[in-house]
Ligand binder design. Sequence first.
Ligand SMILES: Cc1cc2nc3c(=O)[nH]c(=O)nc-3n(C[C@H](O)[C@H](O)[C@H](O)COP(=O)(O)OP(=O)(O)OC[C@H]3O[C@@H](n4cnc5c(N)ncnc54)[C@H](O)[C@@H]3O)c2cc1C
Length: 275
Amino acid sequence: MKFRDAYGSGKFGLSFEIFPPKTPAGEGALFEAIETLMAFRPSLVTCTYGAGGSTREKTLELTVAIRERFGVNTAAHLTCVGSSYEALRAWLAMAAGRRVENIVALRGDPPRGESRFIPADGGPAHADELVAFIRREFPQFGVGVAGYPETHQEAASPEADLAYLKRKVEAGADVVITQLFYDNRDFFAFRRRYEQAGIRLPLVPGILPITNFAQVQRITTMCGAKLPPALAIRQCRELLDAGVPGLHFYVLNKATAPARILEALDLPAHVAKGA
Ligand SMILES: Cc1cc2nc3c(=O)[nH]c(=O)nc-3n(C[C@H](O)[C@H](O)[C@H](O)COP(=O)(O)OP(=O)(O)OC[C@H]3O[C@@H](n4cnc5c(N)ncnc54)[C@H](O)[C@@H]3O)c2cc1C
């Protein structure tokens, strides 16, 4: 299943984002977590691409292994970090050869300690260029891109950030998945501006289930999100009531918190009621 068939047009998409573990034990724990999460019948599982391009092979390997083992649709993330177009072409050709269906196309973060992203020699400088490249050379892939309800930390202004998001969409993306946020008012305000800008693609909120306050504090500091005292179940209910086309959970390779939230949400009943 491609991104465009997973969310929107009357369909509700549930996706789980995981990352490649560093050890065999971590991989075993991840597979157990996915096994548990399969009970919620996800539309897709997406697999991140390590910071600094550190998981080039592992991301692909895991994306394929999860599809084969669980029979679930998958997406591989890909960033521009350290990659020329030639290297990206080679990776995308490998992904196509292994029947990966979807790519989440990202620029990636600057290496730790650097404040500016510097593209690789002969490589894309922004995600819109990566999306255009994929569309031109590998039109078979579904393509997802990132959106920022609280504005990307390097953007000159919310308006500039939205204009660049629109470029990614016009370059050929199929879905926009958001950075995590905790205050739904930020998401709703962003969605209004997104629609006013004439963007029609499904806008899927990214949810980080609160599991451990210290961990959330660390992550929110890294990506600049605010943390008002809201609970994930309440947050998701409100988003569902507001008609979002899907939910994308940053599960951090653990099933407990997302499973608890999804049990409480009773998603099939909710979606049926809204349909
Ligand atoms: C759903 C999701 C999944 C993610 N997965 C990963 C992952 O797997 N691996 C990883 O390393 N990181 C991941 N990230 C983090 C992401 O790489 C960072 O947030 C990164 O800093 C920006 O990536 P982007 O694709 O949004 O970049 P871009 O869309 O290129 O935007 C980056 C900045 O440049 C500006 N900009 C955009 N286009 C232009 C342009 N043409 N000219 C000038 N300025 C421009 C934007 O306003 C923004 O400030 C993910 C983020 C999200 C929301």
